[in-house]
Design a protein around this ligand. Structure first.
Ligand code: CUA
Length: 334
């Protein structure tokens, strides 16, 4: 009948949320699996409570009138309030806490005999700074892409640069707040190499929704090669020894260098590091896909594509210069 069809449609609609690169119900690591179990248990528990309440509600229609003294009425009412209104909820909540709190505990960065890799993630309005302080040969800095080793725990040290953001890789676990002036830590692990979506999970201003982070777990040796290719020396030779783009490089130095770091050219400032920009999956923290010409499109239209972002509009730079800047920045890929 019609009710069943509606129920099936609704269930189907709800289950579409179970897949995808940002689904907590499609866990890819132990922490996320624990969270998914808590989620399913809480769903089951709430369903039982809903069922009980519905049954009681239906029962009130069927119930025959019985005559009781006011004293009896009061006693029965008190029993229901104490039992159903206090004891049952308190017992349920304690049971769920006993079940749920250890899940959070397991994501703490407790000391291990073999200290895990540390990756620092800093939330900005509205992009992600990612730093690898443990990289051999010096710290590696990138933005809006996070490459991590698979099959081993990784400690994420997170903070905020301006307001509170929240670091969340739903298929791996979390989330955890990124608070300015304070470092929060969480331990996550990806079972196997894969690409995950991540998202800022704390409202942080107009472009909060456009604060995506590309997360990729790779094999250990691939991870090390990725880091090695991003050593400052490697990157600076890439940026400096390119005769073809001298004009763009000069434009960069006069218009962009005070905010953006490019290894070998500028130490940057408030904006995301661009030393390996060409290797990113997207621009604007997930606003447009990286493809040929994407950077110059972004440079010309970024305020239309991501209104309110902190890079000023480039009215003062002619389109030809922006195109050559874009073409050069796209070549910055190790
Ligand atoms: Cu950053 Cu929301």
């Amino acid at each position: 009948n019609r009710l069943l069809v509606a129920f099936a449609l609704l269930t189907g609609l709800l289950l579409t949320g179970c897949a995808g690169d940002k689904s907590i119900l499609d866990p890819a690591g132990q922490a996320a699996r624990d969270i998914a179990i808590v989620w399913w248990v809480m769903l089951g528990f709430s369903t039982v409570v809903l069922g009980m309440v519905t049954l009681f509600w239906l029962y009130t229609f069927k119930r025959k009138e019985v005559t009781r003294t006011p004293d009896e009425e009061r006693r029965i009412a008190r029993r229901w309030i104490v039992g159903g209104g206090i004891i049952l909820p308190v017992a349920s909540i304690i049971a769920l806490l006993i079940f749920g709190v250890p899940t959070g505990q397991r994501m703490l960065t407790l000391p291990l005999s073999d200290p895990p890799e540390v990756i620092e993630v800093i939330g900005h309005q509205w992009w992600w700074e990612v730093r690898y302080p443990g990289a051999e040969g010096g710290e590696v800095v990138t933005a809006n892409q996070l490459i991590m080793p698979a099959g081993e725990p990784v400690d994420f040290h997170v903070t905020g640069a301006d307001v509170i953001h929240s670091f969340w890789v739903p298929r791996l676990g979390g989330k955890i707040d990124m608070v300015p002036g304070h470092v929060n830590k969480i331990r996550l692990e990806a079972d196997v190499p894969a690409i995950f979506g991540a998202q800022c999970a704390e409202f942080c201003g107009t472009q909060h929704a456009q604060m995506h982070l590309y997360v990729e777990a790779v094999e250990r040796d691939e991870y090390e090669a990725w880091l090695a290719a991003r050593q400052t020396d490697e990157l600076s030779s890439l940026a400096v020894n390119d005769q073809q783009h001298e004009f763009a490089r000069e434009a960069f130095m006069s218009h962009c260098a005070s905010c953006h770091r490019v290894a070998g050219l500028s130490t940057g400032g408030e904006g995301p590091a661009l030393s390996d920009l060409g290797s990113r999956a997207s621009l604007g923290a997930g606003v447009i896909a990286m493809e040929e010409g994407a950077v110059s499109t972004w440079l010309k239209q970024h305020q239309a594509l991501k209104p309110g972002n902190k890079m000023p509009p480039h009215y003062d730079i002619d389109p030809a210069t922006l195109e050559s800047l874009g073409a050069w920045l796209e070549t910055l890929t190790p």
